[in-house]
Design a protein around this ligand. Sequence first.
Ligand code: G3P
Length: 478
Amino acid sequence: NGHVYKYYSQGEWKNSSSGKSVDIVNPTTRKNQYKVQACTQDEVNEVLESAKSAQKVWAKTPLWKRAEMLHKVAAILKENKDPIAECLVKEVAKPAKDAVTEVVRSGDLLSYTAEEGVRVLAEGTFLTSDSFPGNERSKYCMVSKIPLGVVLAIPPFNYPVNLAVSKMGPALIAGNALVLKPPTQGAIAALHMVHCFHLAGFPKGLISCITGKGSEIGDFLTTHPAVNCISFTGGDTGIEISKKAGMIPLQMELGGKDACIVLEDADLDLVASNIVKGGFSYSGQRCTAVKVVLVMESVADALVKKVNAMVSKLKVGNPEDDCDITPVVSETSANFIEELTMDAKQKGATLCQEYKREGNLIWPLLLDNVKPDMRIAWEEPFGPVLPVIRIKSAEEGIRHCNGSIYGLQGCVFTRDINKAILISDAMETGTVQINSAPARGPDHFPFQGLRDSGIGSQGITNTISMMTKNKSIVVNLP
Ligand code: G3P
């Protein structure tokens, strides 16, 4: 149908003056499902102008009131979980149950952010001068946390709601204004979520949501002088953004190639269930998905057998039917997954299941006997295809993990806690999970990637402090 969803600016829902729209394709039907406004650069200017002035007032609004607003929006969001989840199902083919979970998790995240904010933002530091050589006790330094100004949030398609609020909540509690540029696939869910903020009654202009083509407004937004901080989650675009962005704090979470190292003494049933959950949930479209299994040769056959048994039970089909494996986000993505799979096949990998694809739907596939010369050993398919590399020593596994351009998370399975800690220490990633698959949550845990996986650290507390700056007032005594 011809309906074009409006964008959100100055507390109102508006049509773009461009008269143009962007189509959102349903990954399952591969037909156009929704349309959003193709906003112009002038509209970006307008949004940022009002964000700047609204922020000044917001920063002076008492912290407890800002927290109250976030609690309110958290409740509204949870009340509206079903219609928002429905958009996630249609736009990004997220399985129905997971879509609801994403919205509920987002409500919880906002409440937690409100509670954490009233505590950490109320605290500052007090210093006296006489600890530094040559000084008397004549200077008192009071340090508090002040907002940065306008925060630009750019979340990815895989969590258009959750990875938007994980940036919005901290930005707002800290006294910043927020401009959201949602991913095109996921924009409608994001607009519905923004409507919850609208209903909660946030001041006009403080929050806005701008939609459109990256090619027209992407660079314009990310290099705009009125933007004081960018929080981005997504792919390689993040590298481009960080090269072009000005002298402002950046929070980036890009890809991952999370390794799962399995030692001989591991509980193989536990490993298998974590590999299936970690590798195949949301069809592998998570930056924290298990993306390469590095298993000791002696237990490899047994493990592969267990994983295959579980893979055969995965339900493949439509997100509406709450299947485990659903169509990947786009045809381009499906083609890329296929390309990596065929490269591995040609170079001699063992396909544990038959390779099967219908449209954007790719059946789950375990690739055994993968070797380092295969692209899938290093590249991120972002799909339900998981490589297994057989290793002769833990060191070989660690070397593979550290040889990656990514360094998001990793995991190690063993019953020997000393080995687990030594290996965790040696793995050069932002987080290592012992005896569980990688995951970002719970959402107050620090979350960070090394190398091309990102800049800075996320998690509720870290994001709040990243979106503030220290301000010192020094009292000079006579
Ligand atoms: O892919 C986004 C990343 O943040 C993953 O989150 O919760 O699936 O571990 P999660």
